[in-house]
Design a protein around this ligand. Structure first.
Ligand SMILES: *[C@@H]1O[C@H](CO)[C@@H](O)[C@H](O)[C@H]1NC(C)=O
Length: 366
C-alpha cells in the first residue's frame, strides 16, 4: 500500500507545479505532456520547431543509407518471423507450473523485445533508406522514440529482475518476494510505471539518418536549446552496473552450489535457465554499457552507430539463443516451420545439449 502511495505521489508531482486544474484543456497539463502531444500531432513546438525549412530541404539534411536500411529492415523482419513462433511455443508448449514460473518473466521480456523490433530495427531501416530526419516525419519519429524508450527501459530492468529472481531461487533467500504470480506481476507493474514515467517526462530519443542512432537533438538547427535525458542517462549506468553485478553473483552462486547439488535434475534445470538468463542479460548489458559510455565520454560518430547496432540486435538475438540453447524450443520450432515434421522428437538423442533441457519435456518435473 505504501508503495502505491509513493508511486502516486511520484506521478502527480509534475502537475502540481502548474496552477490550473482543468484537465480538459491541454495548457493545464505538465509542459512535457503538452510538448509530447504537439509532437505526436505533428505540430511545431518551441523546442522542436520544423518551420524553418520545407520538407524537401529537410530531406537534404538527412543521409540516405540504402545498404544499412536494407540490413535493418531485413533483420527486423527476420526477427519477427522467428520471434513470434518462439513466443507461441513458450506460451502453448510449456506448462507454467510452480517450477517454471521463471518462464513468465522470460515471456514478458520476449513480448517486449519482439515488439521493440518495430521501433529499433524496422523503423530505423526505413529512416535510413529514405534519409529521414525528425522534421520529415515528426509524428512517427516521436511515437517510435517514446515507445522504444519504454521498451528499452522496461526490458533492461526486467532483465535485472530476472537475475534477482534467479538469485532468490539459487540462494533460497528472499523467495517470499517473488514466490507468487501476483508478487511477480506487482514488481513488473512497478517497473512498467517507472519506464512509462521516464518516457513521458523526459526528452524523446529521435532516430536520425545522419547519425544512424537514436539521439535527443532533433537537428532542427535551433540554437541555445539543450536536449537531454537524465533519466535514460542514469538508467543506462545503473542498469549496466546492476546487470553485470547481478549476473556475476549469480554465476558465483551457481559455481559454489554445483559442488554439493543434491538433485541432478534440479541443477540441470537451473543451469539451463541460468544460461538463457545470462544470454538475455548480455543482449541488454552490451548496449546499456555502450550507451552509458556514449554519455560519459566523447565518442566518435561511428560509435553511435555501433551502439545502435548492438541495441538493434538486442531485440532479436534472444530468440536465436532460445532456439539454440533450449532443446524443447528448438524441436517445436523446427516442427512449426515444417523441417522434418514429427520426426525430430524421436530422433533426439540424449546428447549433452538435449539432456540439459530434458527436464522440460517431462523427464524431470520438479
Ligand atoms: C517556429 O519558428 C518560427 C520562425 O523560425 C516562428 O515564427 C514560430 O513562432 C516558431 N514556432 C513555435 C511554436 O515556437
Amino acid at each position: 500500500m505504501k508503495f502505491w502511495i509513493l508511486i502516486l505521489c511520484f506521478l502527480f508531482i509534475p502537475p502540481v507545479s502548474t496552477t490550473c486544474y482543468n484537465l480538459g484543456s491541454l495548457q493545464c497539463w505538465p509542459e512535457e505532456i503538452q510538448e509530447m502531444i504537439l509532437m505526436i500531432s505533428g505540430e511545431d513546438t518551441y523546442r522542436y520547431n520544423c518551420s524553418g525549412k520545407t520538407d524537401e530541404e529537410w530531406y537534404k539534411t538527412g543521409v540516405k543509407r540504402v545498404g544499412w536500411g536494407i540490413y535493418y529492415v531485413t533483420a527486423g523482419i527476420f526477427f519477427q518471423l522467428i520471434g513470434w513462433p518462439v513466443l507461441y511455443i513458450f506460451l502453448t508448449k510449456f506448462s507454467m507450473t510452480h517450477a517454471l514460473k521463471v518462464y513468465r518473466v522470460m515471456v514478458f521480456i520476449g513480448l517486449i523485445e519482439i515488439t521493440e523490433v518495430w521501433g529499433n530495427s524496422i523503423w530505423p531501416g526505413i529512416v535510413a533508406i529514405f534519409g529521414e530526419v525528425y522534421c520529415t516525419s515528426p509524428r512517427i519519429t516521436t511515437i517510435a522514440g517514446k515507445i522504444t524508450m519504454v521498451q528499452w527501459v522496461l526490458g533492461s530492468s526486467s532483465a535485472v529482475f530476472l537475475g534477482l529472481h534467479r538469485i532468490t531461487d539459487l540462494s533460497q533467500k528472499g523467495e517470499w518476494l517473488v514466490n507468487t504470480n501476483l508478487k511477480t506481476s506487482f514488481w513488473l507493474a512497478l517497473l512498467s510505471v517507472y519506464s512509462i514515467y521516464g518516457s513521458i517526462f523526459y526528452d524523446t530519443i529521435l532516430f536520425n539518418s545522419q547519425y544512424m542512432a537514436p539521439i535527443f537533438n532533433p537537428m532542427t538547427g535551433q540554437e541555445g536549446i539543450v536536449y537531454s535525458n537524465n533519466f535514460l542517462y542514469f538508467h543506462n549506468i545503473i542498469v549496466s552496473v546492476l546487470l553485470i553485478s547481478v549476473y556475476t553473483l549469480l554465476c558465483y552462486l551457481w559455481m559454489s552450489r554445483d559442488m554439493h547439488a543434491s538433485s541432478h535434475h534440479v541443477s540441470k534445470f537451473q543451469r539451463s535457465i541460468l544460461y538463457q538468463s545470462i544470454c538475455i542479460s548480455l543482449t541488454y548489458a552490451v548496449p546499456a554499457c555502450s550507451f552509458a559510455s556514449m554519455f560519459l565520454f566523447t565518442t566518435p560518430a561511428w560509435f553511435f552507430h555501433a551502439s545502435d547496432i548492438t541495441y538493434q540486435l538486442s531485440g532479436g538475438l534472444p530468440f536465436i539463443m532460445y532456439i539454440s540453447l533450449n532443446q524443447k524450443v528448438q524441436d517445436e520450432f523446427l516442427d512449426l516451420v515444417g523441417i522434418c515434421p514429427g520426426k525430430r522428437h524421436k530422433a533426439v538423442a540424449p546428447t549433452g545439449n538435449s539432456a540439459m533441457n530434458s527436464y522440460i519435456s517431462g523427464t524431470a518435473k520438479i
